[in-house]
Design a binder for this molecule. Structure first.
Ligand code: THU
Length: 139
């Protein structure tokens, strides 16, 4: 996991460059580590009609599921204004993305890395950011 963190952080920062965010000008990149070691990246994709837009985290999750991955260890997220080379603040995942994480990840194990740059990041577990979550086991 420690070895993967550097790669996850770099991949999230790189994915941020692909963000399609002409409306908010807030660019987000994510890198999702699957149990099998694969890394899936994602960026936010906005839309002129606004509501069809998708967050970077969900882009990464949906790409991963589409490639057959179902179990995940960690996600790195880097988000900030388009004119910033690297984000000046930490970008926490929105509630909808946290719920998607809860569908596929163990809340006490899954790590969420909020990234400013390769040397500055904060690490949380999903259960800290989404306590008392409603997941598949709740049904
Ligand atoms: N956004 C993300 O992609 N991930 C987050 O964690 C927060 C917000 C996107 C959605 C929208 O395209 C832009 O950032 C501004 O909210």
């Amino acid at each position: 996991m420690e070895k993967c963190k550097k790669e996850l952080i770099e991949t999230a920062l790189a994915a941020r460059k692909n963000a399609y965010a002409p409306y908010s000008r807030f660019c987000v990149g994510a890198a999702l580590l699957a149990e099998d070691g694969r890394i899936f990246s994602g960026c936010n994709v906005e839309n002129a009609a606004y509501s069809p837009g998708n967050c970077a985290e969900r882009t990464a999750f949906f790409c991963a599921v589409n490639e057959g991955a179902r179990a995940f260890r960690a996600i790195a997220i880097a988000g900030g204004a388009k004119d910033e080379t690297t984000p000046s603040r930490f970008c926490p995942p929105c509630g909808v993305c946290r719920q998607v994480m809860a569908e596929f990840c163990d809340p006490s194990e899954f790590r969420i890395l909020l990234v400013k740059n390769k040397d500055e990041y904060r690490e949380y577990r999903l259960e800290e950011l989404l306590p008392l979550s409603f997941g598949p086991e709740s049904l």
